[in-house]
Design a protein around this ligand. Structure first.
Ligand code: SF4
Length: 377
């Protein structure tokens, strides 16, 4: 049984601060709160879906405002889901429509390739219109508040991390890849919903959308939610490089956010993960989730060797100032993998694990800033 393997997963809910910071997630676990995506399914929108994208976004902006009031009313008055009328066209339908329009000129992530994936063209993330899954299971190795977590691993990624620990599903899979090491299973949105339902029946605490990275699969994910319909927390577990538009689509769907925040210095992020403007984009998306979304966030910070002062310290300072109620998973498990292991001379500075002294400096800094990290690290 999972709770015998992970007694911390039961004990963590004795921590009053954790309960108060994740009160809505806890409410969904206890059966007295409704997941956001189910509320989005009940909120009516009044627009023709044949309108251009710009008009759909205007309707989305209006619906997002109404959603806040609707959610507050449902939470305050404890309205059960079956008492809410089902509209002809819902906010979730609108989000799905926008996602499929974005796919025609893809800007799900801030690479903004503009690829017409709807026609099957392949973007930087190695994905066309189809989504692929490498595995889906009840994960008992995630943070204490999450396990057992109904983890669905999508293939493909918007990053090219040279130290990737999941390169088999992020960068080295699929027909277009020379020397591929793995293959995903092509799935429809209905099949994703069935996988989620199977996990839900197994008693997981949440549906954990991850990869690779889930971002390029947003159209499939939104459609899957329409088929799913179970009362369980939906969790976004991502490198967090999704575009502003994708973030807006997610805000009323995700109950819980599990963003990575690895780097502070953009030059280092570019060298390690191949992306521009890392700091601005990741901090923007986390701040939006905090202020405009559920606000229930667990930030994963992977401490990199030799980078405590340059990356860890400023990231922790930013968290303390901008998202003080987020919990932080300080991760000490960095190990050289993928290209760092294969071409060590190119990545000498990170071809090692972090030292005990680096771990101590990072944890002391988090404590000095008053951050809550121990229950989830
Ligand atoms: S998800 Fe990002 S990398 Fe993939 S096609 Fe879209 S914009 Fe490009």
């Amino acid at each position: 049984m999972w709770f015998l393997q992970r007694p911390d997963a039961a004990n963590v809910w004795k921590n009053e601060t954790v309960c108060s910071r994740y009160s809505r997630y806890k409410g969904i676990l206890d059966g007295n709160k409704i997941p956001r995506y189910l509320i989005s399914m009940k909120l009516a929108v009044d627009i023709s879906f044949e309108e251009p994208l710009e008009k759909l976004w205007e309707a989305h902006e209006q619906a997002a405002k109404e959603f806040k009031e609707y959610l507050l009313k449902i939470d305050t008055e404890k309205v059960p889901l079956n008492k809410l009328p089902s509209p002809e066209k819902s906010f979730l339908d609108l989000k799905e429509k926008i996602a499929y329009k974005i796919l025609q000129e893809c800007h799900f992530c801030e690479r903004r390739c503009g690829t017409n994936r709807a026609q099957g063209k392949i973007g930087f993330c190695r994905l066309g219109k189809d989504s692929y899954i490498s595995s889906a299971f009840a994960h008992t190795g995630e943070e204490s508040v999450l396990v057992p977590s109904g983890t669905i691993f999508f293939t493909g990624c918007t990053f090219t991390c040279v130290f990737c620990q999941n390169s088999d599903i992020s960068q080295e899979w699929g027909d277009a890849i020379e020397n591929k090491v793995s293959e995903g299973v092509k799935v429809t949105s209905k099949q994703v919903a069935l996988m989620a339902e199977k996990l839900w029946k197994e008693g997981v605490r949440n549906i954990n959308l991850v990869g690779g990275d889930p971002t390029p699969n947003l159209h499939t994910i939104i459609s899957a939610l329409k088929h799913f319909g179970k009362s369980i927390t939906i969790l976004w577990n991502s490198n967090t490089y999704q575009s502003l538009e994708a973030t807006k689509l997610l805000l009323e769907l995700m109950d819980f956010w599990l963003p990575d925040f690895k780097f502070w210095e953009n030059d280092f992020a570019k060298k390690m993960s191949g992306v521009n403007n890392y700091q601005e984009i990741i901090s923007r998306n986390i701040k939006l989730a905090y202020d405009e979304g559920s606000g229930e966030i667990l930030i994963r910070h992977l401490i990199m060797p030799g980078r405590v002062e340059q990356d860890t310290f400023p990231i922790l300072e930013w968290c303390a100032k901008e998202v003080p109620n987020a919990l932080i998973n300080l991760m000490d498990q960095y190990r050289p993998e993928y290209l760092v292991r294969r071409k060590p001379s190119l990545y000498n500075s990170i071809n090692q694990r972090i030292t005990p002294a680096e771990w101590q400096k990072a944890t002391e800094k988090a404590d000095a800033l008053g951050l809550l990290w121990k229950p989830v690290s």
